[in-house]
Design a protein. Sequence first.
Length: 218
Amino acid sequence: MEKIITVDGLASSGKSTLSQNLSKKLGWPWFSTGVLYRGMAYVGLKENFTEKEYLSFFKSQDWSIQLTDLKSLFFYRGKDISPQLYQPAIDEKASLFSSHPPYRKALISVQRAFYKPHSEKGLVLEGRDCGTVLFPSAPLKIFLTAPDDRRAKRRARDRKETAQVILQSQKSRDQRDQERSFAPAVPPEDALCLDSGKYTASQLVDIVYQKAQTTFLL
Ligand code: DC
């Protein structure tokens, strides 16, 4: 059985907090797949890539991702650029980039390859399509939701913006994520759907951890 837990959901629904806590509790690494989209979009913007250049960059040795239980880091030409990736301009650019089917399709095998080195220990994968497209056979799939205003408040805190401003851009990114033709951010049929607004972070991780114990016989 694949030792994979997928945690999908819309922006700021609490996926990273849950995945990080789960990763610590299980001792499994955590891969926040959003960092891949953010990193690629950031480099593409900086280098003004054409579609062809993007596709060859994906296959190059110029980038790498390092997983820890605290963060997923994106390196470009040996430098950790992760701190630059979490800002409003990249939220928008990554959302646009990730709605382009050729990029998504090319990045499927790239993301799947992250499991192999961790297949004995297990891997927590977080994103939008981890349970639907990347690992549809994952034994445990979570889909997180949270009310729009709560998600906006959460991101406003992280980005030092007002919730009002965030709410506007969040709406258009949600729509793009949910309505794109390929790999939309929708719950996998067999997912456990949880509203993160109804629980504390520790209640939420306990629920999923218990589920993991019975699923993976831990
Ligand atoms: O989870 P995040 O906010 O770091 O994701 C950044 C962007 O990448 C966001 O616009 C959605 C997109 N994304 C995606 O389309 N599929 C994934 N598996 C992960 C992220």
